[in-house]
Write a protein that binds this ligand. Structure first.
Ligand SMILES: Cc1ncc(C[n+]2csc(CCOP(=O)(O)OP(=O)(O)O)c2C)c(N)n1
Ligand code: SF4
Length: 267
């Protein structure tokens, strides 16, 4: 893991959930490299935001893209060189607001990339505006009296978009998250992990909220859409819920976009 460090000073706030995601990603990459994936063939693509600084802290091939456009950039990289393993690090603002159409289409076409969402449920870098996953009543710069919209459940959106690998992690459960990332990268198709990430500046109560409710799924029936939906609906990203499952909700094999494209080109 030492080889993955860079000289950059980490400027995230103390306690930021991004630290846990960085640790899990470093550990996952180290493990993938020990198991046959070359460092040269790994690319991390970020959006713009606090989460995006992760590319400065990883001694890997990285691409800092535009806000809302990391998934589109990653698709281009993957299609340009199918030998690469491409991992996207996006914010919830990036992926569930500005770039939501890219997320939906990437899932729909089942392109072989891994998408990690650093979901702090706010536009953090621009000082705390509400996003699609902010809870009802969220008070921020753009909603001083509290948001009056119900949040989006991104896992449900992914299920409806025909994503074949749908998971949720938690930045404070680094070992669990590391294993999810390894499975997602090894999966031959579009893989999606929504990562619960407390933000110390704008959602500081999140650690307490998640620590009380998060539990690990023991899903043995990964190909059942009905079971996945039932588990996904246990938490609608709102405030009141007794428990929040993390782990893989749904996983099914299907030819990826790249595979079908290559077959068609050979015809
Ligand atoms: C096209 C475009 N729109 C808006 C911005 C301004 N902007 C920069 S970072 C950011 C918020 C990022 O929020 P999120 O993606 O959730 O990441 P976080 O900072 O929470 O990690 C915004 C709105 C921009 N840079 N480019
Ligand atoms: S503002 Fe929030 S997301 Fe950004 S570095 Fe600070 S704690 Fe992390």
């Amino acid at each position: 893991m030492k080889n993955l460090e860079t000289y950059c000073k980490k400027t995230w706030c103390p306690g930021c959930g991004n630290f846990g995601i960085l640790t899990a990603l470093e550990q996952a990459v180290a493990s993938l490299m020990n198991n046959g994936i070359n460092k040269e063939n790994l690319v991390i693509v970020s959006g713009i935001g606090c989460h995006a600084k992760i590319v400065d802290y990883l001694n890997l091939n990285t691409f800092y893209s535009l806000h809302g456009r990391p998934i589109a950039s990653a698709e281009g990289i993957k299609l340009g060189n199918p030998n690469l393993n491409v991992i996207v690090c996006a914010g919830d603002g990036d992926a569930y607001d500005e770039g939501i159409s890219h997320l939906i289409h990437s899932a729909k076409r089942n392109i072989n990339i891994t998408v990690l969402i650093h979901n702090n449920r706010t536009f953090a870098l621009t000082t705390g505006q509400f996003t699609s996953t902010s809870p009802y009543g969220f008070k921020g710069k753009s909603t001083p009296n509290g948001s009056i919209e119900k949040p989006l459940n991104p896992l449900k959106l992914m299920l409806a978009s025909n994503a074949m690998f749908i998971a949720r992690g938690y930045s404070a459960e680094t070992e669990h998250l590391k294993n999810l990332i390894i499975k997602a990268v090894n999966y031959q198709g579009f893989s999606f992990i929504d990562i619960l990430q407390p933000c110390m500046s704008f959602t500081p109560e999140a650690y307490q909220f998640y620590n009380k409710r998060v539990y690990k799924l023991k899903n043995k029936n990964l190909t059942s859409k009905e079971y996945a939906l039932k588990k996904i609906e246990e938490w609608e990203y709102d405030k009141d819920t007794p428990k929040i499952p993390i782990g893989i909700f749904y996983k099914r094999n299907q030819n990826s976009y790249g595979k079908i494209l290559l077959k068609n080109l050979e015809k």
